[in-house]
Design a protein around this ligand. Structure first.
Ligand SMILES: NC(=O)c1ccc[n+]([C@@H]2O[C@H](COP(=O)([O-])OP(=O)(O)OC[C@H]3O[C@@H](n4cnc5c(N)ncnc54)[C@H](O)[C@@H]3O)[C@@H](O)[C@H]2O)c1
Length: 335
């Protein structure tokens, strides 16, 4: 199958490309390198050979996006490209509205221009905001009330894609999309060809690896008085290879003339202190940290109810133990 992947040089997009190439597909990656590096594309080229094509393109440039999509017209688009740093979105909300919503507007125009029908959109549990305790674990009908521009921009994209699908259906044309709402993603490729490579890094596990080797100035645990067993926040971590496997299954169930939203999490949570302990074990040295005050907008628990994706697909998380995710993150970091 010919598949286009936006955000192909980014953390999750590059792991998706690798899996699709390993499965024998022909993949066309698009990225502007605003949050990623050409070295990741080089690793994908090594892995995919002639089946991997790459175009550097700014998705907010609609004409350039149309031209890029027409280079290798795909059966399906996996849309990962976005800015995804919550505190940055609080500081610079317009950046997030412009980049995340604007890029998706361009992409939908380009899909129409190239007559591409199917889309998988990278959404997030941040579209749910701070759910009431009665909504945890969170299923897809949990109210979507985002609390920052990042979550707002992703929810706006979901709504826009839904309107795009519906408008085509009214005109008797087929379009369809799946929204995968990810929880916390961690780990890297099992062969260590690529891994999590953000700069600056804002995710807990790679920061722990840096802290364990003295390359992160100070790791602060935000809040030790939450109503959780050890007082720190609990999140649902999913291995990036499990997450990508969920996309492979989602490709098979994209509905036409409708959209389908599915959470991608394990249903099991880990506290910040549990993650720190697992990282210390993986790195073979203690992760130094200090306790700090709570941050605004950090709910005590964000845990997925994965029942819907379990019901609609054969997907199950098989690599998402803390041990496996932190060991994989450490191997990549050490390499
Ligand atoms: N990492 C997580 O834990 C997580 C959790 C929930 C949802 N998500 C979603 O998954 C997707 C991928 O996340 P990630 O962690 O891989 O992020 P990332 O920053 O590593 O990758 C995003 C990629 O998109 C590219 N990009 C951004 N704006 C672009 C534009 N206008 N034109 C072209 N390329 C552009 C960046 O250069 C980068 O390579 C995002 O949509 C994010 O919202 C991630």
């Amino acid at each position: 199958m010919q598949i286009t992947v936006t955000g192909a040089a980014g953390y999750i997009g590059s792991h998706a490309c690798l899996r699709l190439l390993d499965d024998g597909h022909e993949v066309h990656g698009l990225d502007n390198f605003s949050r990623s590096f050409p070295r990741t594309v080089a690793a994908l080229q090594r892995a995919g050979g002639e089946r991997f094509h790459f175009t550097q393109v700014e998705l907010n440039d609609q004409d350039a996006t149309v031209a890029a999509l027409r280079l290798h017209v795909p059966e399906i688009v996996l849309h990962f490209a976005a800015f995804a740093v919550v505190p940055e979105s609080v500081q610079f909300p317009l950046l997030y509205w412009r980049n995340n919503v604007g890029a998706t507007v361009s992409l939908l125009h380009a899909m129409d221009a190239a007559d591409v029908q199917k889309l998988i959109f990278s959404s997030t549990c941040a579209t749910y905001g701070e759910p009431a305790p009665t909504h945890i674990p969170m299923s897809e009908d949990c109210p979507q009330q985002p609390t920052h521009a990042y979550g707002e921009s992703k929810l706006a994209c979901e709504r826009m894609i839904n309107a795009w699908v519906q408008s085509h259906a009214l005109a008797n044309r087929d379009r369809g999309a799946v929204f995968l709402r990810y929880f916390n993603v961690a780990g890297g490729d099992h062969l260590d060809r690529i891994g999590e490579d953000h700069d600056p890094e804002t995710h807990l596990i790679p920061i722990c690896m840096r802290a364990a080797t003295g390359r992160h100035p100070e790791l602060v645990v935000y809040g030790s008085d939450y109503p959780t067993p050890d007082g720190t926040c609990i999140r649902d971590y999913v291995h990036v290879e499990d997450l990508v496997a969920a996309h492979v299954e989602a490709i098979k169930v994209i509905p036409l003339r409708q959209t389908l939203a599915m959470n991608v999490g394990t249903g099991v949570g880990a506290s910040v202190l549990e993650v720190l302990r697992a990282c210390s074990l993986a790195a073979g040295s203690k992760v130094p940290f200090r306790m700090g005050a709570r941050r605004d907008g950090d709910p005590p628990r964000l845990i997925s109810n994965p029942e819907k994706i379990f019901r609609l697909t054969p997907w199950r998380p098989t690599r998402s133990s803390l041990e496996r995710m932190t060991q994989s993150a450490w191997r990549w970091f050490a390499k």
